[in-house]
Design a protein around this ligand. Structure first.
Ligand SMILES: Cc1cc2nc3c(=O)[nH]c(=O)nc-3n(C[C@H](O)[C@H](O)[C@H](O)COP(=O)(O)O)c2cc1C
Length: 170
């Protein structure tokens, strides 16, 4: 079985998770950035990684995800919000809807990823009535995200990869 780990990443968080997932897979598996445009049809199974941009998969990922059709896939995701938040749950649903026709998402992994400091600087200057303006809970969330994905997140990603693999081969 040929497994591809294909991801989009702007600041490196999702790339770290992609590398962790690869480490839990058989030796003939390979990892690709979406910009390398691997042919989705070449894989028996795809682990698709993206980061959350405005509540759904980032644009580079979406462009690639559309090209995956008729496949079972697993998705892995990083975002600034807490992974158990409603925003995270909805983002996973929105992202899963970006795959091409007749795809089945068999499993998902999501963890926090440090938010680009440039975006934080921009948000810090917003008026207090803006939905992204800094307040205590947002500042705490940005701080919590700043060290992610951490070792535990990456270990959990390896466990996720092994679990998905076991479900495919059982
Ligand atoms: C332009 C932009 C939009 C973002 N939108 C969201 C969002 O809607 N929800 C969220 O939880 N995080 C959001 N984030 C945070 C990223 O999803 C998070 O930092 C992610 O780990 C970045 O992944 P990367 O390092 O692989 O690029 C946004 C970040 C940027 C730069």
């Amino acid at each position: 079985m040929k497994i591809g780990v294909i991801y989009s990443s702007k600041t490196g968080n999702t790339q770290k998770v992609a590398d962790a997932i690869l480490s839990g897979l058989p030796q003939n598996s390979a990892v690709y950035h979406v910009n390398e445009k691997p042919n989705a049809a070449d894989f028996d199974f795809i682990f698709m990684g993206y980061w959350i941009d405005k509540g759904t998969a980032d644009e580079e990922a979406v462009d690639y995800m559309k090209t995956i059709t008729g496949k079972k896939v697993a998705q892995f995701v990083t975002l600034g919000a807490y992974p158990d938040s409603e925003h995270a749950k909805q983002s996973l649903v929105n992202g899963a809807a970006c795959f091409g026709q007749n795809c089945e998402v068999v499993d998902s992994y999501i963890c926090q990823g440090a938010i680009d400091p440039k975006l934080i600087e921009w948000m810090k200057q917003l008026d207090s009535d803006h939905p992204h303006a800094p307040n205590e809970s947002r500042i705490n969330r940005w701080k919590d995200a700043s060290t992610r994905p951490n070792t535990e997140d990456l270990e959990n990603a390896v466990t996720f990869a092994k679990r998905v693999l076991a479900s495919l081969t059982s």
